[in-house]
Design a protein around this ligand. Structure first.
Ligand code: PGA
Length: 251
């Protein structure tokens, strides 16, 4: 089954309002009419509205970097799904390894956030991935299998089909270390096999799995050519419009 490639930029804690506006304008100019690849940008919360206004009418969609599962109330510092919807957000990254390692994200909170996002009509990008120590200890399948099963616990097929999974080996994020095409494809195939066990083959074959971790214009082509790699979640290289385009349209 043909899965349309999906490239998302995760701007992380970068960009002032002016920088975000300039980056968004640059992206609209060079990538705003591309329709054979799905494209999203995920700026910090403070820049969602401004970036949303700039990309409006282009083929680039708006994403957020996290969300809280509760609907409203006394949760200082948190942002709800309805708040994201109200500023035009389509996608939301959930369970990024930086959330897992610095901010106590667990498989349980990933599951709660994914359910809340789906209920609100947001499209989750669920991140999974092993650390270097886990890979060296031969625990990739144990860790990533647990993360995938945990994230999708109790989520029906119809909702799972709205989700993207981002496989991001923690040792490759922001380090310049990139998974070899073989390592990436093996991990993606493993994730798809977990989805077959949780759902069924048709569902597993329909869900997109992005690779993330030091993806750049010069390695994107080899990674995106792999049968089970359906796109990328891009950090550092998403902060320059030209680099991001070089990943969307690798030459
Ligand atoms: P990177 O980040 O491309 O800078 O490695 C990817 C990510 O964390 O989503």
């Amino acid at each position: 089954m043909a899965r349309k490639k999906f490239i998302a930029g995760n701007w992380k804690m970068n960009t002032s309002l002016d920088e975000a506006r300039a980056l968004a304008k640059g992206l609209v100019d060079i990538a705003g009419k591309i329709t054979d690849v799905d494209i999203a940008v995920c700026p910090p919360y403070t820049n969602l509205l401004a970036v949303g206004e700039i990309i409006k009418g282009s083929s680039i969609k708006l994403g957020a970097q996290d969300v809280h599962w509760e609907a409203k109330g006394a949760y200082t510092g948190k942002i709800s799904c309805a708040m994201l919807k109200s500023v035009g957000v389509t996608y939301v990254i959930i369970g990024h390894s930086e959330q897992r390692s610095y901010f106590n994200e667990t498989d349980e909170t990933v599951n709660k956030k994914t359910k809340a996002a789906l209920a609100a009509g947001l499209l989750p990008i669920v991140c999974v991935g092993e650390t270097l120590a886990e890979r060296k200890a031969g625990k990739l399948t144990e860790v990533v299998g647990r993360q995938v099963k945990g994230a999708f616990a109790g989520i029906p097929v119809s909702d799972a089909l709205k989700c993207t999974i981002a496989y991001e080996p923690v040792w490759a994020i922001g380090t310049g270390e990139v998974a070899t095409p073989q390592q990436a494809n093996e991990a993606h195939q493993f994730i798809r096999s977990v989805l077959v066990s949780v759902y069924d083959k048709t569902t597993a074959d329909s869900m997109r799995i992005q690779y993330g971790g030091s993806m750049k214009p010069d390695n994107a082509k080899d990674l995106l050519a792999l049968s089970d790699v359906d796109g990328g979640l891009i950090g550092g290289a998403a902060l320059k419009a030209g680099d991001f385009l070089g990943i969307i349209k690798p030459v």
